[in-house]
Design a protein around this ligand. Structure first.
Ligand code: C5P
Length: 409
């Protein structure tokens, strides 16, 4: 197994915080080592109240460290952080999350976190009340803004017999997320030479110069698709309703309405090998747009709606050979059934379905839980951050396109 895992040969610092879930990190450690990673365990003082140092020393690739001040250790804290390919903190307690968000470095683990440029994965576990406390919510948002990957806790039985959100994610889920970080790097060439068109954000349909009909899409999932496609070597154009900074491999076209998005997409569709329609395009717009602000004193206006052009359906009916089209189905009911209908009606190759009523999926949050529907099949992806979701979907779609000879090697 170790040779086929992208973790083979990677240096991982496994930080263990002081929570009851610390015992589950023993299994995580074992699975990381099984995949060929060199794992250095770092235990906080409070974790030692829950688990024994000897267990981590015995199963780790080197002995566990527990203090900044171990007399005979010639390795300063900065080296651990500098040498690491990734740092995984499991369990990440409310205390550790707060310290890391504030840049506090008062023990070996927090010092290592502050002294690293490597990706950091925080596997959160705590009581529901703590997870929902505004300070924790804000600290998590801060960490995510800085690029830290937070694996959110799952629902289930917690210490003390309570049931709720707070349980540490399974070792399998953590390993998949960490592997995803490295398979990305291994996939640098996967889309090389391919032109990828991505749409992102919700369209705004004007009513008058100040008002519009809009939706809650943040553009995060679409932007993640554009970034990951660029990481995979593609030449990317992102048609977006939210402002995005251009990158070396990402050209950005800003639009506002469904019509503008339609025009931008169709100007590029023919030359695109892959189109990812992640945008939430309004289905209806106002038939008339008042050139001046509608005045309150004239009473409530009648706004007559008309349908917008369906960009995805248009793309599907004009689909050229060697082109792959991915659509989305943000639903509040049964996403799979709707996705299958859209796949057929809009002649897409894939539809990514999600239920936007789930608290950790869909609009504005950083995570998503989706099902990829294609042909007569479908594959469900576990809850993950939107970048990881984009990475897994693009890998799957690219491999499918090569296997089906839609694309040639
Ligand atoms: O039919 P529904 O709006 O749910 O379809 C969602 C999919 O269709 C998304 O991929 C969205 O980008 C695309 N769409 C479109 N043009 C529209 C409406 C939706 O391209 N007018």
């Amino acid at each position: 197994m170790s040779n086929s895992s992208p973790l083979n040969g990677k240096r991982i610092v496994l930080g263990v915080g002081g929570g009851i879930a610390a015992y589950k990190s023993v299994e995580l450690l074992r699975q990381l080592v099984d995949r060929g990673a060199f794992v250095s365990p770092v235990l906080t003082q409070s974790s030692l109240r829950f688990v024994g140092e000897t267990t981590f020393s015995a199963l780790g690739s080197e002995r566990a460290r527990t203090s900044l001040w171990e007399g005979d250790d010639p390795i300063p804290h900065t080296l651990l952080g500098q040498r690491a390919d990734v740092i995984v903190v499991s369990p990440a307690t409310a205390d550790l999350i707060a310290k890391y968000a504030a840049g506090i470095a008062d023990d070996l683990l927090t010092t290592t976190l502050v002294a690293t440029n490597a990706p950091v994965v925080m596997v959160a576990a705590m009581h529901t009340e703590m997870w929902q406390h505004p300070s924790v919510v804000e600290n998590i948002a801060t960490l995510r803004r800085r690029g830290v990957i937070v694996i959110e806790p799952e629902s289930g039985r917690l210490a003390g017999g309570d049931i709720g959100v707070g349980r540490l994610a399974t070792a399998e889920r953590v390993v998949t997320t960490v592997e995803g970080l490295f398979s990305r790097a291994d996939k640098r060439e996967l889309l090389s030479g391919k032109r990828v068109l991505v749409t992102a954000g919700g369209t705004r349909e004007a009513i008058d110069p100040v008002r519009y009909i809009g939706n809650r899409s943040s553009g995060k999932q679409g932007i993640a698709f554009a970034e990951v496609a660029a990481d995979f070597g593609a030449e990317v154009t992102l048609v977006s309703t939210v402002p995005v900074t251009e990158g070396l491999a990402i050209k950005v076209i800003e639009v506002e309405s469904a019509q503008e998005m339609f025009d931008a997409v169709f100007a590029l569709a023919d030359e695109s090998d892959l189109v990812v329609m992640a945008a939430a395009v309004a289905d209806f717009r106002s038939k008339l747009i008042s050139p001046t602000k509608i005045k309150k004193k004239n009473g409530a206006p009648q706004i007559v709606l008309e349908p917008t052009p369906d960009i995805l359906a248009g793309l599907g009916s004009a689909k050229r050979k060697n082109q792959v089209i991915v659509g989305f189905a943000a639903e509040t009911g049964d996403p799979e059934t709707e996705a299958r209908r859209k796949l057929r009606d809009k002649n897409a190759d894939f539809v990514v379905a999600n239920n936007v009523l789930e608290p950790d999926a869909g609009f504005a949050v950083d995570t998503n839980r989706v099902t990829l529907v294609y042909g007569d099949s479908m594959v469900s992806l576990a809850l993950s951050d939107k970048r990881d979701i984009a990475s897994r979907i693009l890998s799957f779609v690219a491999e499918w396109a090569f296997k089906q000879s839609v694309w040639s090697e």
